[in-house]
Write a protein that binds this ligand. Structure first.
Ligand SMILES: [Zn+2]
Length: 60
């Protein structure tokens, strides 16, 4: 994952690594200058990407 986040100490771009130990709250971690950075994606929204054929409402 690429973000505009920079290390607070040296200003280098942070390389985020996905950590999916807890599926309910996936997060990205980055380490730099002995500091731990963390992005928690707590608003995981389930998006429908596959649209099923809609059953038309037949009016009898
Ligand atoms: Zn740094």
């Amino acid at each position: 994952m690429h973000t505009d986040s920079e290390c607070n100490k040296c200003g280098a771009h942070l390389e985020w690594k996905a950590e999916f130990n807890d599926i309910s709250s996936p997060r990205y971690i980055a380490l730099h200058c002995g500091l731990d950075y963390l992005i928690t994606i707590d608003t995981v929204k389930v998006k429908m990407v596959k649209v099923h054929h809609r059953t038309k409402n037949k009016r009898i």
